[in-house]
Design a protein around this ligand. Structure first.
Ligand code: NAD
Length: 435
């Protein structure tokens, strides 16, 4: 099947559809299903007026894309970032559709975002913007329609403001309308570290499949936010060596390894990214070399974990990657062209739609708890998350070895079986034309 738009690294949605196109070559699915999955179901763009602290009015552009809801209400995060744009949000909604099918959640995929630098806003401006976004999209979300959750530069407090605003508009208490909320507003235990934890379970499974077992595998993590910090600390606690960490401004490297907790503490206490680079007196005693984000990706480590932005490993730097395994905790960190180069080098890429599915899985648990009123212990959340992630990994690993395809294609095949079964169960061309 040909797609109409010429692929470029910068058009994330085109990149995403090229991955799907590659999977179509390995699975026999109906033409109807293929065509349904080519287009987003609903695309919403809104202008959000916000009264700023100095009295001026700013207008922010917001988006919500519901890609496919055949398997259930749509689900996906809300991102605040200056570079948020429609193709990006559409690609993220597309990946959510496949991610939910990979781990067999009864959801379709969605994503939202606002083009804003949240660090430039005061707390009150941030709250007004978040409530304004919900005012703009309230008619298109809800517990049985579309359920937002946090993504980059949004967090549980922002979800708390959002669910509160939704409740005000609807004149009812509807905690299941948004997940990733604070515990006191109906959040779930274990949602805070779910993305990192899910990735940790998956990486352990992947390393079990390696014939050689490294004493204490070395890890580089790009991005030190929710996803990156939690996977770093879980791996550290398990005896892995975290030799490099970065955030948006750059990174640190020490072949002897870092202890992630104190670095996180410095970052939280000072609210200054410099703390991560140990400038001044904030982290005297932490030995490190300063590196750039580009250098981090090319380090001689066992495992590379991109946990920040998309399009980080491209045709330009893929050949320099030295890790034997890349765990895509971020969405879309590897371009289509880079994927081919990494495959030629024999590097195993654990794709985003599997590796970072822990977040949406525990969001699903939160939604279940909100709807039943029965709240779970943390152990139950961890246990069920581990089971779901492990089963998905084993199924995808099997597909990859049976069909001799990489894990990304295997993950798409796994998801496509579920998606096409749902699409085709409403009738196919053959069904409607047969006597
Ligand atoms: P976050 O806002 O908590 O943290 C983002 C981190 O990335 C920060 O440390 C920031 O400094 C860093 N960063 C930003 N730009 C960077 C760059 N160019 N280079 C290096 N670091 C950079 O965000 P998060 O929730 O951890 O999300 C990170 C990634 O994980 C995103 O791709 C997101 O879509 C994906 N993800 C998150 C979740 C979740 O539950 N939070 C679930 C699935 C996938």
């Amino acid at each position: 099947m040909e797609f109409r738009v010429a692929p470029t690294d910068s058009d994330l949605f085109t990149n995403a559809k090229r991955q799907l196109d590659r999977a179509f070559q390995h699975i026999d699915i109906s033409d109807d299903a293929q065509r349904c999955l080519e287009h987003p179901k609903t695309v919403i763009q809104v202008s959000i007026p916000v009264r700023m602290d100095d009295g001026s009015l700013s207008i922010f552009q917001g988006y919500r894309v519901r890609y496919d809801d055949t398997r259930g209400p749509t689900k996906g995060g809300i991102r605040y970032h200056p570079s948020v744009n429609l193709p990006e949000i559409t690609a993220l909604a597309f990946w959510m559709t496949f991610k939910c099918a990979v781990v067999n959640l009864p959801y379709g995929g969605a994503k939202g975002g606002i083009a804003v630098d949240p660090k430039a806003l005061s707390k009150l401006e941030l709250e007004r913007l978040s409530r304004g976004y919900i005012d703009a999209i309230a008619d298109f979300i809800g517990p049985d329609v579309d359920i937002p959750t946090p993504d980059m530069y949004t967090n549980s407090m922002i979800m708390g403001w959002m669910v509160d605003q939704y409740n005000i508009i609807k004149r009812m208490k509807s905690p299941a309308a948004i997940t990733g909320k604070p515990l006191s507003l109906g959040g779930s235990l274990g949602r805070d570290d779910a993305t990192g934890r899910g990735g940790y379970y998956i990486l352990k499974k992947r390393l079990e499949k390696l014939n050689k077992s490294a004493e204490s595998p070395t890890i580089a993590v790009q991005g030190f936010g929710n996803a990156g910090f939690h996977i770093a600390r879980l791996l550290y606690d398990d005896g892995f060596k975290i030799v490099a960490i970065s955030d948006s401004k750059g990174g640190i490297y020490n072949p002897k390894g870092f202890e992630p907790y104190s670095i996180k503490q410095f970052k939280d206490e000072t609210k200054r990214v410099e703390a991560v680079y140990c400038e001044g007196s904030v982290c005297n005693g932490i030995e490190h070399d300063r590196i750039t984000n580009a250098e981090l990706l090319e380090l001689d480590v066992d495992v590379l974990i991109p946990a920040a932005m998309e399009n980080q490993i491209t045709a330009k730097n893929a050949d320099c990657v030295q890790a034997h395994t890349i765990l895509e905790l971020a969405n879309g960190p590897i371009t289509y062209e880079a994927d081919m180069i990494l495959a030629d080098k024999g590097i195993i890429v654990v794709p985003d739609i599997l590796a970072n599915a822990g977040g949406v899985t525990v969001s699903y648990f939160e939604w279940l708890q909100n709807r039943s009123g029965d709240y779970w212990e943390r152990d139950k959340v961890h246990h069920r998350l581990q089971r779901i992630m492990s089963e998905a990994f084993e199924a995808i690993w099997r597909i990859a070895s049976d069909r001799d395809v990489d894990l990304r294609i295997a993950a798409y095949i796994h998801a496509l079986k579920r998606l096409t079964e749902a699409i085709d169960s409403k009738g196919t061309r053959e069904f409607f034309t047969s006597k």
